[in-house]
Every structure is written in C-alpha cells, then in structure tokens.
Ligand binder design. Structure first.
Ligand SMILES: CC(C)(COP(=O)(O)OP(=O)(O)OC[C@H]1O[C@@H](n2cnc3c(N)ncnc32)[C@H](O)[C@@H]1OP(=O)(O)O)[C@@H](O)C(=O)NCCC(=O)NCCS
Length: 109
C-alpha cells in the first residue's frame, strides 16, 4: 500500500516531497504539487513529536512557500483535524470550501 502510494507520487512530475531537517536531523515532511499556476501543499507531517509546537514546521512551510510568490497555494485537510487547521490558519490560510469530510484552504504565497 505504502509502496504503491510512493510509486504514484514518483510518476507525478510536478510533485516534490521535501524533508524538513532540524539541527541536522530529519524531523518532518512537506510536499508541493505544481498544478498550472497553482500549488497544492500536502504531507505536512512532523515525524518527531518531541519537536512539536516549537515553530519548526511553520518556519519550514514559510521558507518553502516563499519560493512560490504570487501563486495561489491550496490544500485539503480532514474536517476534524483541528490541530492542522489551527496550524494552517496561523500561517494565513483561509477556509474556501468544505464537504462532509474535508476542508479546502488557500492563501497567496
Ligand atoms: C500540523 C503539524 C505539522 C504542526 O506541527 P508543529 O510542530 O506543531 O508546528 P509549529 O510549531 O510550527 O506550529 C504550531 C502551531 O500549530 C498549531 N498547533 C500545533 N499543535 C497544536 C495542538 N496540540 N493544539 C492546537 N493547535 C496546535 C497551533 O496553531 C500552533 O501555534 P501556537 O503554538 O502559537 O498555538 C503537526 O501537528 C503534525 O504533524 N500533525 C499530524 C499530521 C497532520 O495532520 N498534518 C496535516 C495533514 S493535512
């Protein structure tokens, strides 16, 4: 299952997965997928929970998004993932749509 997911990712040429390093250690991931003039952000995952809430993922996201100046950045997040939604709101994302399960958020980089 995991392998298939990775294979699918590898085929998507506009998709890049970044590893977030903190003090030389890999601690998390963020992905971006370029879709025409827009960028989808995903896989925002802090793997090393002992570093939670220290601003590391937020700083990494800002550094990454600064590469896409002027572009619309969007993402999907599960509706009940309150922590992630708070994280994205802190980083200027606004809710732009909803369905039963997910929320779509966007900002301009
Ligand atoms: C979302 C995630 C990457 C944030 O990582 P982090 O290390 O806490 O990020 P930062 O320290 O940069 O940001 C902290 C902000 O995130 C939000 N946040 C993080 N943990 C929170 C918690 N337990 N409760 C409420 N808000 C929280 C808050 O907005 C917080 O800001 P504050 O401390 O000023 O209130 C991390 O919680 C994670 O990996 N979650 C699981 C994976 C996931 O659901 N990813 C999103 C998929 S769409």
């Amino acid at each position: 299952m995991q392998v298939k997911w990775y294979e699918k990712y590898k085929k998507d040429q506009g998709n890049t997965i970044y590893i977030v390093f903190y003090r030389g250690k890999p601690v998390g991931t963020i992905s971006t997928t370029i879709r025409d003039e827009e960028v989808e952000m995903g896989r925002v995952i802090l793997g090393e929970k002992k570093y939670a809430r220290q601003g590391i993922m937020g700083e990494a996201a800002e550094i990454l998004l600064s590469r896409f100046k002027g572009k619309r950045i969007f993402l999907e997040v599960l509706k009940d993932n309150e922590v992630a939604i708070a994280f994205y709101k802190k980083h200027r994302f606004k809710v732009r749509g909803k369905d039963k399960k997910k929320v779509v958020m966007e900002r301009f980089a």
